[in-house]
Design a protein around this ligand. Structure first.
Ligand code: ZN
Length: 385
C-alpha cells in the first residue's frame, strides 16, 4: 500500500504552524542569530518574522537575547535564542530483552536515563512498560512534547502511522507501534529504525553545524547504515535505506542469515568476529585481548573485520560521495587494531579518489545514544516542515 509520509493520526506539535517550526529549527541547528539574519535565510518578511517570533516567545520556546554589535556601523542586532529546556523528548531503544529510555532537552542533551529488562516480548507488555517509564522533566522545565522509539527493523508509513516490520530480535512484524504508543501515552510517537535514529542524532547534534550529506555505520551485533542526503535523513521507500553487508568479499567466515560464508556480515559483526576467532558468544573482549597480544587466529578475525569495514565504506562513498562517514557501534576495535587492511580495501574498491579524501569520523559512542537518537527522531518529525 502506498500512503503519503505524514500520518493523520499522529498529531503535529500542538499549535506550532509551519513558519514557527522553521524558525525554531533554524535556531536549534545553527544557534542564536539576529532577526535580520533569520529573515534573510528563511525568506521571511519583517511582518511575518515579527509575528512568528512573538508566537514562539509567547510559547516560551525562544527568548530575545542581548543585542550584539555585528559590525562597526548600524544598530546592534536583536538576537534570538532557543530555550532548550522549554520542551523535552523521550527516546526509547528496544533490544530483544532490554528497554533503554532517555529524556532529552531540545538540544538533544540527556536529562534523565533508565535501563529496564523487558517483562516479555508481548507488544502490549512493552507498550505498557514504555508508557509507565517516561521520566518527568526537571522541576521548572517544560513538558514532554513527543516520544521516539528506535528498533532494529523496517519502518513504513501507513494510515495508522508508522508500522514496524521484520523486527527479528523482538519477533515483531507488521506492528502499528506508533499508534499503540500514542494511545498509551497521549504523546505524538515516532518509530524509527535504530541505525537511522543514530544517524539523525549524529547529523543534528554530532559536532558542529549539520553536514549536507553523511553516512553513519552502526556496527555491533549486526551492521546497518543511515544516509543523510541534502540535509535530510533518507529512510527509503520501504524504510530500508542503508541496508548493507551481503556483498561477497571472499574468504571464509561465519554463515550469515542469508547463507553466505563470505559476505561482509560473515566477518564484521561481533558474533562473526567471535566465531571466526574460535571463541564462544559473549567473548568478544577476549578476542580483542588476544588480537592485541598477537594470537594468530584472533588477529586474523580482526583483520578480516577491518577488510570488511573498508569495503562497506568504499561502497557507501562510491554510492553517495558524502561529506563524511561516521563509524559508530560497540564493535569497532578493528579500526584501531588493523588500520592497514581497512585502508587496503579502500584502495581496492574506491572508484575514484584516494583513501585520504574520505573523511572518516569516530564519534564518541555508548549504547544510550540509540535512545537519544530515538528522542531526536521525534524532534525531527515534529520540526519537519
Ligand atoms: Zn550475507
Amino acid at each position: 500500500m502506498v500512503v503519503s509520509a505524514s500520518s493523520p493520526v499522529i498529531p503535529r506539535w500542538p499549535g506550532l504552524p509551519d513558519t514557527e517550526r522553521l524558525v525554531l529549527r533554524e535556531l536549534l541547528l545553527h544557534g542564536s542569530q539576529s532577526r535580520v539574519r533569520i529573515a534573510e535565510k528563511l525568506g521571511l518578511s519583517r511582518t511575518s518574522l515579527t509575528r512568528t517570533t512573538r508566537n514562539l516567545i509567547d510559547a516560551g520556546l525562544i527568548v530575545e537575547g542581548p543585542a550584539q554589535a555585528l559590525g562597526t556601523r548600524g544598530r546592534p542586532a536583536e538576537m534570538l535564542e532557543l530555550r532548550p529546556e522549554a520542551v523535552h523528548f523521550a527516546g526509547v531503544k528496544l533490544t530483544a530483552d532490554t528497554m533503554y529510555m532517555v529524556l532529552t532537552d531540545m538540544r538533544g542533551r540527556a536529562v534523565a536515563e533508565s535501563v529496564q529488562t523487558l517483562p516479555s516480548r508481548d507488544v502490549a507488555d512493552v507498550v505498557a512498560l514504555i508508557a509507565r517509564s517516561i521520566p518527568a522533566p526537571p522541576r521548572g522545565a517544560g513538558p514532554v512534547a513527543g516520544l521516539g522509539i528506535a528498533v532494529a527493523g523496517d519502518v513504513t508509513e501507513s494510515p495508522e502511522g508508522a508500522v514496524l516490520r521484520h523486527s527479528n530480535f523482538l519477533g515483531w512484524d507488521a506492528v502499528a507501534l506508533a499508534r499503540l504508543v500514542t494511545e498509551a501515552t497521549v504523546l505524538p510517537a515516532t518509530v524509527v529504525n535504530d541505525v537511522h535514529a543514530l544517524t539523525g542524532a549524529q547529523h543534528w547534534f554530532g559536532s558542529g553545524p549539520p553536514r549536507s550529506s553523511l553516512v553513519v555505520f552502526g556496527i555491533g551485533a549486526g551492521i546497518g547504515s543511515g544516509v543523510v542526503i541534502a540535509g535530510e535523513l533518507h529512510q527509503g521507500a520501504h524504510g530500508r535505506a542503508g541496508r548493507v553487508g551481503h556483498s561477497r568479499i571472499g574468504g571464509r567466515g561465519r554463515r550469515c542469515e542469508n547463507g553466505h560464508t563470505d559476505c561482509i556480515h560473515s566477518f564484521v559483526t561481533i558474533p562473526a568476529i567471535e566465531h571466526n576467532a574460535g571463541v564462544g558468544p559473549g567473548e568478544y573482549d577476549t578476542v580483542i585481548d588476544r588480537a592485541r597480544a598477537g594470537e594468530a587466529r584472533a588477529a586474523a578475525a580482526v583483520r578480516d573485520a577491518a577488510r570488511a569495514v573498508g569495503t562497506v565504506i568504499a561502497e557507501a562513498v562510491n554510492a553517495f560521495d558524502p561529506d563524511a562517514v561516521a563509524l559508530m557501534g560497540e564493535g569497532l576495535d578493528m579500526v584501531e587494531l588493523a588500520p592497514e587492511p581497512l585502508r587496503a580495501s579502500l584502495v581496492e574498491f574506491l572508484e575514484q579518489g584516494e583513501p585520504d579524501d574520505v573523511s572518516i569520523l569516530r564519534p564518541r559512542f555508548d549504547f544510550g545514544l540509540y535512545a537519544r537518537g530515538a528522542a531526536v527522531a521525534a524532534m525531527r518529525e515534529l520540526l519537519s516542515a
